[in-house]
Ligand binder design. Structure first.
Ligand code: ZN
Length: 133
């Protein structure tokens, strides 16, 4: 599995966009609202991987709850897979706890599934597969 991106929970996307623009020396290449997750995302390229900034759209979002509990910071690691259904089956069979039983539509034109951090050393893991256009 290749590290596709690192997800970072942020309180205020405008300020964090500016911070990462200065840090990485480049503009974000995409901003996208994911209605199903109640988040707005912003993507930066960083070497062979990406940084995904996540700002909550309302108090119901997982990002709002994460920040209330832990503050801003690294939220998840996302690994790219070729066949998300096969990987979900494989990892479920190995005892990893899947947070959704079917892949969901995520940002950046992807099917995604999360693994519960309690089965992955406290790190939320996202599996993602590109959707063929
Ligand atoms: Zn992600």
């Amino acid at each position: 599995m290749k590290l596709e991106h690192v997800g970072i929970a942020v309180s205020e996307l405008g300020m964090s966009n500016e911070l990462f623009r200065r840090l990485l020396g480049r503009e974000n290449y995409k901003t996208e609202t994911v209605d199903s997750e109640h988040v707005t995302t912003s993507f930066f390229k960083a070497g062979g991987t990406k940084i995904e900034l996540l700002e909550s759209g309302d108090e119901e979002s997982a990002i709002a709850r994460f920040i209330a509990k832990k503050g801003e910071g690294i939220h998840h690691l996302a690994f790219k897979v070729e066949d998300i259904y096969a990987e979900m089956k494989r990892l479920g069979g190995l005892g990893f706890e899947l947070l959704n039983s079917e892949p969901k539509l995520g940002a950046d034109n992807k099917l995604i599934c999360f693994l519960h951090p309690k089965s992955t050393n406290g790190v939320l893991i996202e599996l993602c597969q590109d959707i063929e256009n």
